[in-house]
Design a protein around this ligand. Structure first.
Ligand SMILES: CC(C)(COP(=O)(O)OP(=O)(O)OC[C@H]1O[C@@H](n2cnc3c(N)ncnc32)[C@H](O)[C@@H]1OP(=O)(O)O)[C@@H](O)C(=O)NCCC(=O)NCCS
Length: 183
């Protein structure tokens, strides 16, 4: 649906779930993202959630599958979309670590920001990331996100506390960057 040079963002399918279950049960991936404490995620739970979202689509959530080289490598989306204040939270997880650190995340986030600002007319996109996730923070910065705040020692990450960083980008800032690239 949204095509970049190497990355496509498309509708999730039930066939993606086998790979998603592998990602969600990979401790390296879960700790890199570092939101909830790791726990086993049964495939059947992902299938149940997928079927529920198909029959009763959640309000304020838009999720894409991330595809590269013809394969499902993760997911990303906009969550908690507020149609009054026109903001949304961005989430992304590339589960196939072979694709980390090569610009795939930057491309997926750029496609998602274009979708949020140009196609959905949102005004602000924000996200949370733990401070030890330098790869993610650098990737988000390169897409225009700025650090807006920090919840100190908010996250328990496999044996230590780390900060929770709030980042955001405003539509006007994103448009300024687009104009700069087009020049
Ligand atoms: C976070 C994530 C989406 C980023 O996508 P990505 O394709 O890996 O990242 P990119 O290649 O776009 O950018 C990575 C940046 O970090 C740098 N980097 C690469 N490996 C790094 C490492 N091990 N440590 C620190 N920085 C690193 C790269 O040089 C690049 O910075 P630059 O643009 O200044 O050169 C992806 O790594 C991912 O999904 N990881 C697992 C789950 C996760 O962390 N989710 C995010 C939760 S908030």
């Amino acid at each position: 649906m949204l095509r970049g040079e190497r990355v496509t963002l498309r509708a999730p399918t039930r066939e993606d779930l086998d790979r998603l279950a592998r990602f969600e049960n990979d401790l390296g991936f879960v700790l890199a993202g570092g939101g909830d404490p790791p726990e086993p995620v049964p495939l059947e739970r992902l299938q149940r959630d997928f079927d529920r979202d198909i029959s009763d689509p959640p309000v304020g959530k838009i999720e894409f599958a991330i595809e590269a080289d013809g394969a499902y490598i993760g997911r990303c989306g906009l969550y908690g979309i507020d149609r009054t204040a026109r903001h949304a939270e961005l989430g992304i997880g590339i589960g196939d670590s072979e694709y980390w650190g090569q610009g795939y995340g930057r491309e997926a986030v750029s496609l998602l920001l274009d979708y949020a600002f140009r196609l959905r007319n949102l005004r602000r996109v924000w996200l949370e990331v733990h401070s030890a996730n330098e790869r993610a923070i650098r990737s988000y910065r390169s897409c225009g996100f700025l650090e807006e705040g920090r919840m100190r020692e908010h996250v328990w990450l496999g044996g230590r506390y780390v900060d929770n960083v709030i980042m955001g980008v405003l539509r006007a800032e994103w448009e300024g960057r687009q104009a700069g690239t087009a020049r």
